[in-house]
Design a protein around this ligand. Structure first.
Ligand SMILES: [Zn+2]
Length: 422
């Protein structure tokens, strides 16, 4: 779907990102230190980066030559070359105006300026708008962020807060993500925030809300929602939990950035639990290729339904019925087939959310609660921090249920027609 995103020949282990951002001029001055393992002999390799002027590029401390293609390909030629099986470090100093990326479906992402900072979300291809990377969801890595902003602003990022210190009118916020993370799940949303630090059990919790917004009561449901999803999906997968609530209506959608989902306004309860459930399905257990995105969105939408059901509100079966019975002309979710489309403009089509969730509810009714809930827990546990495919999910569902589900999944996710019998 995004042929320029991602590169081969190496596996990134860690990103160390040092960013200095001035909101008034929308200028970013940065250094990225990328540690990677060569998976083949490399005479050259590519990274993804959009725009910026590169003032220095080193490989293992030595200046390396590089070329840009005007798009997002940054080709680096180290001297000497790199041998398969060795680790190497790329250091890149770069500066300029970060990019707002427009996707094939016209949604925007990347580094989006707000009235007091920036809202930073990257699914699926926004990361190279602000840092050089191997922009492929399969190449997970750990991250360190050192973000300097004018004093009075808060720079957020994934993982735990290590320190913040103010010198000469600037504050540097240091965050550390020690769990593996796909590049599109990184964030450094920054601006004016009320940051509340607490814990959910033993997990540190960071809830940041733009003071211009009325906070309300919804965010206080976060600990209960963590406990609830742990009870059905297994242990919370990451070292921190939280939420970033900004005033960013121009972006208009929420994103499950790892450990701290970004919300462009105060979320309602179902949006809050949707993004939280993505920590298990999307962030920890991540697709291998984008056409399998129902493994994220179908699961997160069904998670809203089971939350509602266990709260004593509308049940998942009632949600299923409501969507199934919606007149055809009022729906945008029967087509394309859930797991059988290649047009990137359709990546966030209603089908992956609603028909994806209906697929899970139909599966629950077919194989029974015992096998179904064991399936979800095993899926989350066995694939923790990994990348998965739809055939792997079908195989595990067949193993847990001891049933042949070929026809079921064919009807529900590979054929476009509305399922009538399954
Ligand atoms: Zn989602």
């Amino acid at each position: 779907m995004f042929p320029n995103a991602g590169n081969g020949g190496y596996d990134v282990q860690h990103y160390g990102l040092t960013l200095d951002y001035t909101p008034s001029s929308n200028q970013l001055t940065a250094t990225a230190v990328i540690s990677a393992l060569a998976t083949q002999d490399l005479s050259s390799f590519n990274l993804d980066l959009r725009g910026f002027a590169i003032s220095r590029l080193l490989v293992d401390g030595r200046a390396a030559s590089f070329t840009r293609d005007g798009g997002q390909e940054l080709t680096v030629t180290p001297r000497p070359g790199i041998l398969a099986g060795t680790t190497f470090t790329v250091t890149i100093d770069y500066a300029g105006t970060p990019t707002v990326v427009v996707d094939p479906d016209d949604s925007i992402e990347g580094w989006v300026p707000t009235d007091d900072g920036a809202f930073v979300v990257n699914e699926p291809q926004g990361s190279p708008a602000w840092y050089p990377c191997n922009d492929n969801p399969r190449d997970k890595a750990t991250f360190d962020f050192r973000v300097t902003v004018p004093a009075g602003l808060t720079a957020l990022a994934n993982g735990v807060l290590v320190s913040n210190s103010t010198i000469g009118g600037k504050t540097t916020w240091v965050w550390r993500e020690t769990d593996p993370m796909s590049t599109y799940l990184a964030t450094t949303t920054l601006g004016k925030f009320d940051l509340e630090i607490s814990s959910v059990g033993s997990i540190p919790s960071y809830v940041a809300v733009d003071p211009q917004l009325a906070k309300g009561q919804i965010l206080s449901k976060l600990p209960e929602a963590v406990t609830f999803f742990e009870s059905i999906y297994g242990p919370y997968p990451f070292n921190a939990v939280g939420a970033i609530v900004d005033d960013a209506k121009v972006v208009g959608y929420s994103l499950e950035t790892q450990t701290k989902p970004n919300f462009p306004y105060v979320p309602d309860e179902l949006t809050l639990v949707h993004e939280l459930s993505h920590m298990w399905f999307g962030d920890s257990v991540t697709l291998t290729t984008w056409p399998d995105i129902w493994l994220h969105e179908g699961f997160a939408t069904w998670s809203e339904w089971i939350w509602s059901e266990r709260q004593g509100n509308k049940s998942a079966a009632q949600y299923f019925k409501q969507y199934y019975n919606t007149p055809d002309q009022q729906t945008a979710f029967w087509g394309p087939a859930v797991a059988n489309f290649l047009d990137p403009a359709l990546l966030f089509n209603g089908t992956v959310y609603y028909r994806g969730a209906m697929t899970l509810q139909a599966l629950r009714e077919k194989i029974g609660d015992l096998a179904f809930f064991q399936l979800l827990k095993d899926w989350a546990t066995q694939n923790r921090y990994g990348n998965v495919t739809t055939p792997q999910f079908i195989a595990l569902a067949e193993q847990k249920s001891e049933m042949d589900l070929t026809a079921f999944f064919d009807t529900w996710i590979f054929q476009e027609a509305k399922p009538t019998i399954w």
